[in-house]
Design a protein around this ligand. Structure first.
Ligand code: CIR
Length: 265
């Protein structure tokens, strides 16, 4: 029997993907570093379905949050909750237009069986600023995640055995717009958008801006935007299986493959 991944005991690992369908107002989403360009709403839905199908095809349980048409950026669910072992942290987005997205994430957060906590005022924090590498949590300090939000996260995580490292991010929307991590913990990023590569224990530059974001699917497989073919080749050269999917309509809104879902495993 083919099993996509297995727990240490040999049983199939339980993996849930939290997603929300794109809003019909996606084109009106927040923009920070990019110019606004036309967005094809139908193509966005097609790309979103294809993205979700990648996970379904690998055996993930997909949990769809209710559509939130009044929230143009609601599809970028990663920003509303951050999952740790035993803990689900509901965020408080720095973008006012996005605050209303969080409450509808609460039932899904509770369904993970984890303790649900939240970032509170005056703290702000968005999930795109949180990068986990082993037991280290990098927290991007951005226009969306302030010092108080980072401090609240630190006080939640350090007693639970996580190392929390704050990193400056001024050249990209979120930390994970600039860097993500491979299964072996190597941090990858497109150097022009990374403030300080020396903050990471191991850093590998990638040749394309769209190549910075990977979703780790298992120890040898990652998901990448199909707009980064040279990065795909680079990662294949390191022995990884690289699946690609088109996310152009979300990239136009400064989104990427990571922010379209929350992975619970
Ligand atoms: C925003 O500016 O909030 C959205 N247009 C894009 C959010 C992308 N989220 C992410 O990378 N985690």
């Amino acid at each position: 029997m083919a099993i996509a991944s297995a727990s240490p005991a040999g049983a199939p690992a339980h993996r849930t993907l939290l997603v929300r369908p794109p809003s019909s107002a996606l084109a009106d989403g927040e923009l920070t570093h990019l110019e606004r360009v036309p967005v094809d709403a139908d193509l966005a839905v097609q790309q979103w379905n294809r993205y979700v199908d990648v996970f379904r095809g690998l055996g993930w349980d997909v949990r769809e949050l209710p559509a939130a048409d009044s929230h143009p950026d609601g599809v970028f669910v990663e920003d509303t909750v951050v999952i740790f072992d035993g803990l689900a942290v509901l965020t408080r987005p720095g973008a006012l237009s996005r605050r209303g997205e969080v409450e509808s994430m609460r039932p899904a957060a509770e369904a993970t069986g984890r303790e649900v906590v939240e970032i509170t005022s005056p703290g702000t924090l968005e999930g795109g600023d949180i990068l986990k590498v082993g037991r280290t949590v990098y927290v991007g300090r951005t226009a969306r995640t302030n010092a108080e939000g980072a401090a609240q996260l630190r006080s939640l995580l350090e007693p639970r055995g996580w190392r929390v490292v704050e990193v400056p991010v001024t050249r990209a929307l979120h930390l994970k717009s600039a860097v993500t991590a491979l299964p072996d913990g190597t941090v990858i990023g497109y150097e022009p958008t990374v403030d300080d590569v020396t903050r990471f224990d191991a850093f590998l530059p990638v040749p394309e801006a769209e190549g910075t974001a990977v979703v780790v699917l298992d120890e040898t497989t990652v998901l990448l935007s199909d707009a980064a073919p040279a990065t795909a080749e680079l990662l294949r050269g390191r022995g990884l299986t690289v699946l690609t999917t088109p996310v152009t309509e979300f990239e136009k809104l400064e989104g990427c493959v990571t922010c379209l879902s929350v992975r619970v495993r």
